[in-house]
Design a protein around this ligand. Sequence first.
Ligand SMILES: C[S@@+](CC[C@H](N)C(=O)[O-])C[C@H]1O[C@@H](n2cnc3c(N)ncnc32)[C@H](O)[C@@H]1O
Length: 243
Amino acid sequence: MATMNAADQQQRLEALISSISHPDLWRPVEEVEQVLTTGSIEGTGDPNTKDFLLVDVSGKEILDLGCNVGYYTYLALKRGAKHVVGEDIIPESLEIARILGEKHNCPGAEFREGSFFTRNGAQHEMVFFIDIIGNNSVREGRAVDQFDAAVRAVGKELIISVRPVFVPERHLAGLKGAPPLEQIWEELRETYGGEYCRGDHFYFLEWAHDRLGPGWKVNPLPDDENMAYSIRKQIFHIVRKDG
Ligand SMILES: C[S@@+](CC[C@H](N)C(=O)[O-])C[C@H]1O[C@@H](n2cnc3c(N)ncnc32)[C@H](O)[C@@H]1O
């Protein structure tokens, strides 16, 4: 593709930004530009980002699944990753990500359109799966296929953000299209198993841990085992033991 001059590039960027809105444009472009220009996350909106900085990405080949406008792609490159492939199903977000890298002269990223459900089976040393598994996907049971798709892509390490423990009455019952609470519980038991539904809580991380089996280690970031029982979204570093 021919490189655009700076004015055309800025015009194209602005046109793309106004052509999509949240959630397709998941993060403010200014936050990605801040990461690209300063390498700093100071003042960016996501409370999990500072925990992400505990991940050692230096020299690694990374796949950022569901990368959107490339916030974590570029954060990883600024923290010393060797190369990052960002994949998403929204072409406009990928074009924004590409232009931002060119505008701020940050090589090392490659953005591809594609769904994590239909990948060719290629694995990457480290995979990011950040802000993909959320309340809706857990409630609707899509989180099972999402989690499996992420794990299939992992050579050695998976960085995932997820709420370890759900309180269905609080986190799932008010969602658009959600059935009554009793039915939500029934569906959770059916999809994930009754052993993960105890008291008022649904233990998603426990389910994920068992789904992975004994060949994997799940580490919360920061390394505090209370995080595994948090009802707030946390970042986990999951490592293939034999990888
Ligand atoms: C909530 S955003 C998170 C974006 C990014 N990981 C971040 O934290 O800035 C979820 C992203 O996943 C993408 N996505 C959803 N389903 C996908 C799929 N099947 N394959 C690839 N990307 C997908 C969406 O298009 C969206 O950009």
